[in-house]
Design a protein around this ligand. Structure first.
Ligand code: CU
Length: 334
């Protein structure tokens, strides 16, 4: 009786465990709902492993169930020995060797070199955000932050670097993880095959705000990608609205330009994210906040409270009117 109960408990636990990945596949940041070639290969490996695990598990439970029957015939020593050698040594060796060979074989397509004319984007890990550099069509690059827009069905090579500690670049729907190591450039090949928005995260603990280091990837059609890049390439427009204009002055007067660049203005700092088009960004502070003016004002006054250890000082000592004006200015930087 007790054995039957044990089998029932084990079975229901397994059903719950095996349904977890199926539920997870529906979440926005899932390896199991791939949108790129790398992620597809990895998801394929996962499903075969999960299926195989289920099968082996059923086999083991079947044997356990058989073993607790009272009417079974005793086994001879030779039969038992053969059973242990095959089941305990030969079978696991075969299964693990197959998985190893398969895993190594997967590495080649994941590490392939894209053509020389492929899009190459540099992504640099910072505490706690992503500095992104796109080629601008000439020999120069434009600098953006915390989001990547990619044309669908085209291979893209990411050149990954870090300025401080080890970070790890991971957009589960598109490809596997790749460490960003100070002093080195690592590569990651992305080949998105479906349009949409995909969330990514830093996958290597990098400090107090590691959890607030997310990024958005937008996979779009080629034309939409080009329109976006052209808009990002343009310098910032001088605002026409009086409040935003006051904000532009306050931005320079309060020294924000020592850390931030706004192309087309005197602000040319290199410490923090480029803010030329910050109002049009999908998120603020690396996937943490929205880009409306209220949130911007809150961020400017209390950045390190919102994001512990963020390398941006709090400006709560400034008059509220100046903060509101700067927030209006930044929101208008579309
Ligand atoms: Cu990180």
């Amino acid at each position: 009786m007790r054995q039957r109960l044990a089998v029932a408990v084990i079975c229901s636990t397994a059903v719950v465990l095996f349904s977890l990945p199926i539920i997870a596949a529906a979440l926005p940041q899932s390896t199991l709902h791939p949108a790129g070639r790398g992620a597809e290969l990895i998801a394929g490996l996962f499903w075969w492993m999960a299926g195989g695990a289920l099968l082996i598990w059923a086999l083991v439970i079947g044997i356990a169930w058989y073993a607790q029957r009272t009417d079974r015939q005793p086994w001879s020593t030779t039969a038992l020995r053969r059973f242990i050698i095959i089941g305990g040594a030969v079978f696991p060796t075969l299964v693990l060797t197959t998985l190893l060979v398969w895993g190594l074989w997967l590495l080649a397509p994941l590490r392939a070199e894209p053509g020389t004319d492929a899009l190459r984007i540099t992504v640099i890990g910072e505490q706690f955000w992503w500095r992104v550099r796109y080629p601008d069509g000439t020999d120069n690059q434009i600098e953006l932050a915390n989001e990547l827009w990619l044309p669908v069905n085209e291979p893209v090579e990411l050149l990954l670097q870090s300025r401080d500690v080890i970070h790890s670049f991971w957009v589960p729907a598109l490809a596997g993880k790749m460490d960003m190591i100070p002093g080195r450039t690592t590569r990651l090949l992305l080949e998105p095959n479906r349009t949409g928005s995909f969330r990514g995260a830093c996958a290597e603990y990098c400090g107090a705000s590691h959890t607030f280091m997310a990024l958005q990837v937008r996979v779009v059609e080629r034309l939409q990608y080009e329109a976006w890049l052209a808009a990002q390439r343009a310098p910032a427009m001088m605002p026409t609205d009086a409040l935003a204009l006051a904000g532009a002055n306050a931005f320079l007067r309060n020294g924000c330009g020592a850390c931030h660049t706004i192309r087309g203005t005197a602000a040319g700092g290199r410490v923090g994210p480029d803010l030329t088009h910050v109002g049009s960004r999908l998120s603020l502070a690396a996937g943490t906040l929205t880009t409306d003016s209220d949130t911007l004002a809150r961020w400017i006054s209390h950045a390190p409270t919102i994001k512990p250890d963020a390398r941006m000082p709090a400006f709560e000592v400034l008059p509220a009117a100046e903060i509101t004006a700067m927030a209006a200015y930044l929101e208008a930087l579309q």
